[in-house]
Design a protein around this ligand. Structure first.
Ligand SMILES: [Zn+2]
Length: 318
């Protein structure tokens, strides 16, 4: 992009979407206090209720809006200018009725969840157009074949959000309530180098209004690596866009102490001339600049699918 692309004379845009896995009142406020003190406003996801408490969810379970003290803290974040959005309804599957209740509860507290990031259960669940349906033909079939041989990629039939015969169907609700859903992630600091259509529509996903791509950094180590000085210089020089998808619950804070490497990365970032606002504010700006949100052609979807699959095969996590 050129120098005039971003508002207020800013050279690039940067935000973070925080997947709420493992987030609690012990770790999350320390991180958000730091971001706020540096003038960085981002997007935090939340769960509306507790899910199943069995062992296989141990690595993701975090605090939910059932906890009053946590909810008050999340409210205070919104008051400061952070964006609050849904991370599905909880860490395990939700039926249509639970989804309806979840939206009502969320909206009564925070208003609309313009953005939604899906938390994908490992058994039958409500995730919409997930698994192989994140990709177009023929790469969707390639993905399905890979999943047959991989122990950590579930079979795509478990994702049923768009299936009108399923108890997990919520496509119509999604269309009505959510503007943007996250799809593919890439190990790139500047998403414009992946595609100018960072937000876009897809032809065969009628229940989702818009999709977006983001930058892969699932934990503190990859986050700090992504925000290396070299990468931030590149983002600045290219007038780029970085939307980091991460889990602040994963080792950013240990024993009540925020990782020094995270602080250094953030301090370096804020010294540059960036626009540090929540995701949906950036999406709104992109929509205005591009006069709407483009529906990708089959070829564009194929290219995007291929870039992701190629990378996922060798490195990716989500
Ligand atoms: Zn998650």
């Amino acid at each position: 992009m050129n120098k005039e692309f971003w508002p207020d004379g800013k050279s690039f845009a940067f935000t973070i979407i925080d997947d709420t896995d493992k987030s609690t009142l012990e770790n999350a406020p320390i991180i958000y206090n730091y971001l706020y003190s540096k003038g960085i406003l981002t997007t935090k996801s939340v769960w509306v209720r507790d899910g199943k408490k069995s062992e296989e969810y141990e690595s993701v379970i975090g605090t939910t809006l059932i906890d009053k003290e946590y909810t008050n803290w999340v409210k205070s974040l919104q008051d400061k200018g952070f964006e609050i959005c849904l991370h599905s309804m909880t860490w395990s599957a939700s039926t249509r009725n639970q989804i309806v209740d979840g939206f009502n509860f969320f909206e009564s507290l925070f208003g609309k969840s313009k953005v939604l990031v899906q938390h994908n259960d490992i058994v039958a669940n409500e995730s919409i157009y997930w698994g192989s349906r994140r990709l177009v033909f023929p790469l969707n079939y390639v993905f399905e074949i890979i999943s047959l041989f991989s122990s950590n990629i579930p079979n795509s039939h478990i994702y049923q959000g768009e299936n009108t015969d399923s108890i997990y169907f919520w496509g119509d609700i999604c269309k009505e309530k959510v503007e943007f859903i996250r799809n593919l992630v890439f190990p790139s600091i500047n998403l414009f180098n992946i595609t100018p259509n960072v937000i876009h529509k897809r032809s065969r996903t009628k229940f989702v209004n818009n999709w977006f791509i983001s930058c892969e950094a699932p934990d503190v180590t990859s986050f700090v690596k992504l925000l290396s000085n070299e990468n931030i210089e590149k983002l600045l020089n290219e007038n780029g866009l970085c939307i980091v998808y991460t889990h602040f619950g994963k080792d950013f804070v240990e024993n009540g102490i925020l990782k020094e490497s995270f602080k250094i990365a953030i301090d370096n970032l804020v010294n540059k001339n960036g626009w540090f606002v929540p995701a949906s504010e950036i999406f709104e700006h992109l929509e205005n600049k591009f006069n709407g949100i483009k529906k990708l052609t089959y070829l564009e979807e194929l290219q995007l699918s291929w870039k992701w699959l190629k990378w996922k095969l060798f490195h990716g996590t989500s």
